[in-house]
Unconditional design. Structure first.
Length: 490
């Protein structure tokens, strides 16, 4: 044979050999088999129905192969055509073929995305597991519970929080579902708020929320099991029992458990009254907590002579409304947490009491306590004390004092602070009837005058009321007052 003829014959032989082992379109070779399709796609299958796909498997070796197992989900039944029940191992003679059926019968709505694997044996390789790379996909249509657990996290004992579980319509059309029954353990802390028996519509691919309520009774981690029997019309009467684990942790709320203060105080006119308060807290551990306290101090009488001291650590304001005969001063503190025992001071200036008893009753009250802006429980709300005020001057057996400053916004103006004839005063900003009282240097009252309600009213006091000396005028309007001092010459 000529050399050229030999090479031509050799090329033809390889061409023939190649055509005899070529893989057809859609087939895939996975040693030691050739498989007739490169995928198993069941597409969309209603729960309760079935769909079948077929694969032809061919042994590509020149020796026998034992197929020991095809590995797939339980919902996918694998049978060998011609046999009702598959029996492993399945023997493939050399170059032999067998045809398999794969039947998907979903019991619950689900999505399947996995790969086909099998185990085989040959003489030289016993029990080899091979992943074919063939995707197995399916979507079981219907309504299902979307999650298996629900975590409420930490909740204060006695508080209530509501979270939702979701019912999902995996179908490609609107579905109606209803919850046939709900069974929840530990109903003291958990409650499913589902409307049992109500028919609810869900659009395709959409969800519906079912609320759960958690109210912890104790400071501990609490579990419950909830089973829900759900039916729908998307899959011809499909019913399924769905179980969900619900849990959360109850924790004790931080609390103000004690508020302490001295029972008796003594302060002189013009001095600062300091009210030391001691607080005891529970259930606070972090050192970076910020504590906000808000409350009131109520004075039974002598109210016009007690005003808040200008303190950098306290934001205060005066409530000018007398409540049940008491002046109420509101206060607020923001302090860093240092320990469960804290001490603060509420300072007040005593500027006068104008004819009241030596002793004034006082009540300190806590209205609100917040830890890191979270409300804390208040177990004790108020403490009482008495203040003894000293420094009065006597006049006709009545105790009086000269005021050091005013509480109001009305400005008393005079043409001249030195009076030689009559005393003329103008009251800028006064918009109501008022009473003007004039005191001499001893604190004795020399006259009381009604100031009518006019725009920027004035009043003229005859010189006969005065003798040589220093006088103080106090204008009373509502629960406020303004003052001025002037000198009268003979």
């Amino acid at each position: 044979m000529k050399t050229g003829s030999f090479f031509i014959a050799l090329i033809c032989f390889f061409a023939f050999l190649s055509s005899s082992i070529s893989v057809q379109a859609g087939t895939i070779k996975i040693y030691p088999f050739e498989i007739s399709d490169d995928k198993i796609d069941f597409e969309r299958v209603d729960v309760g129905k079935s769909r079948t796909r077929k694969l032809k498997v061919t042994n590509t070796l020149n020796e026998s192969v034992a197929l020991e197992k095809i590995n797939l989900l339980d919902d996918i039944l694998v049978t060998l055509i011609g046999q009702q029940v598959i029996k492993y191992p399945i023997k493939f003679e050399q170059k032999g073929s067998k045809e398999f059926e794969f039947t998907y019968s979903p019991k619950v709505p689900d999505t399947i995305i996995e790969k086909l694997t099998f185990t085989y044996s040959i003489a030289s390789k016993p029990s080899q597991i091979t992943e074919t790379g063939i995707p197995v996909t399916a979507m079981a249509m219907g309504v299902l519970l979307r999650q298996q657990e629900l975590d409420f996290g930490e909740v204060f004992v006695g508080d209530t929080i509501i979270k939702n579980i979701l019912i999902f319509n995996k179908g490609n059309k609107e579905a109606e579902y209803k919850i046939l029954a709900v069974n929840t353990t530990n109903m003291n802390s958990f409650q499913c708020l589902a409307n049992v028996g109500d028919i609810i519509s869900i659009a395709a691919g959409s969800t519906h929320s079912i609320p759960f309520r958690f109210t912890p009774q104790n400071a501990e981690k609490i579990f419950t099991k909830c089973s829900m029997l759900i039916s729908d019309n998307a899959t011809l009467g499909y019913e399924a029992l769905s179980n969900i684990i619900v849990y959360g942790t109850g924790k004790n709320r931080a609390a103000l458990t004690q508020l302490r203060m001295n029972n008796e105080f003594s302060v002189a006119i013009g001095d600062t009254l300091e009210l030391p308060l001691q607080y005891t807290f529970s259930n606070i551990s972090a050192l970076n907590n910020i504590i906000t306290l808000r409350g009131t101090v109520e004075f039974r009488d002598g109210v016009v002579g007690i005003v808040p001291h200008n303190s950098a650590e306290m934001n205060t304001q005066i409530d000018h409304t007398v409540m049940n005969g008491r002046r109420v001063v509101t206060w607020q503190m923001i302090i860093p947490y240092a320990s469960n025992e804290l001490k603060t001071v509420l300072p007040f200036n005593i500027v006068g009491t104008l004819g009241v008893a030596d002793t004034t009753a006082m009540k300190v009250r806590v209205l609100e306590c917040r830890i890191d802006n979270i409300p804390a429980r208040i177990d004790v709300k108020d403490v009482d004390a008495n203040i003894t005020v000293t420094g009065y001057l006597e006049y006709n057996n009545r105790k009086r004092t000269v005021l050091a400053q005013g509480l109001g916004n009305v400005v008393i103006t005079m043409a001249d602070a030195i009076v030689r004839n009559e005393c003329v005063m103008r009251f800028e900003g006064l918009n109501q009837q008022a009473t003007l009282q004039v005191f001499d240097a001893s604190g004795a009252i020399i006259g009381s005058f009604i100031v009518p309600q006019f725009q920027s009213p004035t009043i003229s006091i005859p010189h006969k009321y005065f003798s040589f000396g220093t006088y103080t005028a106090v204008l009373w309007y509502g629960n406020q007052y303004s003052i001025t001092t002037f000198i009268v010459l003979p």
